[in-house]
Design a protein around this ligand. Sequence first.
Ligand code: DLL
Length: 433
Amino acid sequence: MEEGKNSIEFIRREELEKIQVNRLKKTIERANNSPFYKNIFKKEGIHPEDIRCTDDIRKLPFTTREDLRENFPFGFIALPLNKIVRVHTSTGTTGKPKAIFFSKRDVDEAAGLIARCMRMTGAGPGDVFQNMMSYGLFTGGLVFHYGAEKAGVLVIPAGAGNTEKQIELMRDFKTTIVHITPSYALYLADILEEKGIDPEEELNLRIVYLGAEPYSQKTREKIEKIYGVNAFNCYGLSEMNGPGVGFECPLKDGLHIWEDNFILEVVDPLTGEPLPDGKEGELVLTTINREAMPIIRYRTGDITFIYPQVCGCGRTHRKISPIKGRTDDMFIIKGVNVFPSEVERVLMDTPEVARNYQIVIERERSLDIMRIRVEIKKRFFDGSLEHLKELQEKIKSKVKSELMVTPRVELLEPGTLPRTTGKSKRVIDKRRL
Ligand code: DLL
């Protein structure tokens, strides 16, 4: 694969479209070998020749999480089992997991995309990369690991957790890049602070990849400041290989989706109708370069929009905005739609706030109430009661004016809320318990 301006990243749109149409046709042929799609294609009379341009994708039906669950474990595989070399799973909060299968080529192609993302952010031979994502069925560990090796960096397969060891590894091997969830990055910062280690002075970090959960721009800035690094947003989901589906370029304004591997759509979550660029809706993705388990028009549940303009970096693959949240994370308080990430944005913009928070939704006499439990910096917590009351009011009115919902605010001492080394659980919806 050529690198630099002649690489696939900078390909002309017309050429990219041609690749997409050819690969989409091939995907339909392949998918026809899986029990799930064979049945649907037969019922709906779908053939590869129906595809003449990328918009023809709209002739194909959506695939949902329920489809994956109902056809667990082998209903989507399009290759014989003896051609499949790996499985990852993703568990939702309820029910059966989703199983995602990879052929040898799929493993290699997924790694190629990660390597592409890493190079795009300036990583390469000479870098020491510590992967602080969990290894095992979760894709954040292994899938990223293979890609990092392909990018030629020295990989430390640290996995998530075991914070003391992480710090030791970072110091011993002079780690320059880490891949971590934003919540773990903040937790790690707490531990470093407790130990009196100044991350900017005493560690060698220059890049942090933050992904696997939604977070606000303010949280990114906080992490960049604490560690003295450049932090890049990394988006992905197990169903589409795992990490590296969308990744920020050095301009850090939106995430490029690698359109030679995925066809990108944003639809109205209620009607499924395609939305124009710039309009926020649900991201729908189709794999067009996978053989073991093609997935067509997958309803990701993630809320974003496609950037209407071409990126200043010159890459022609379109960008999406950072994921605001999932359709099923959104909660409605007195008729107002609220995403946890919006609450986070307000909190992280408040200087007195420390690094951890939780949103509790409860019902009181048939009214929905949002309670924000937020840790504040020690020196403010130890301040006068009067100041605490003022701060409580300040947060309350900021949330009210930005989100149009009046919350109850509980101020907590740092370290009160549970901390996580993986994906955090920010919302406790007591109405559903
Ligand atoms: O979280 C894959 C991954 C690993 C991505 C490491 C990035 C880094 P799942 O466990 O299947 O896979 O969860 C996928 O997590 O649909 C989003 O809702 C959310 N998500 C992932 N990355 C981001 C991100 C991995 N950068 C689900 N921003 C997705 C916001 C994210 N949400």
